[in-house]
Design a protein. Structure first.
Length: 83
């Protein structure tokens, strides 16, 4: 799961650095806009684990996941961009 989360975060970081450096033109285009909102991390990861579990079951692969995140922890992100 760490890799699945790290790669989208690296993309966001790259775009952010590019905007700050002036290296990305047309940053106001819809494909570059993020709709940031507070997301409950534990709930979000639980939903993602359920999706992966279902996908794995379809392919006869065993999936086990444990979430050990503070159930009240919120993070600001665009869930449509990280999924």
């Amino acid at each position: 799961m760490a890799h699945d989360l790290r790669t989208p975060l690296e993309i966001v970081q790259g775009h952010t650095e590019g905007v700050l450096d002036g290296g990305i033109q047309h940053a106001d285009r819809p494909e570059f806009q993020l709709l940031i909102r507070n997301i409950n991390v534990s709930q979000y990861m639980g939903e993602k684990c359920a999706e992966y579990r279902q996908l794995c079951e379809q392919h006869n692969v065993q999936f086990e996941g444990e979430i050990s995140i503070d159930p009240d922890r919120l993070i600001a992100l665009d869930p449509d961009r990280i999924s």
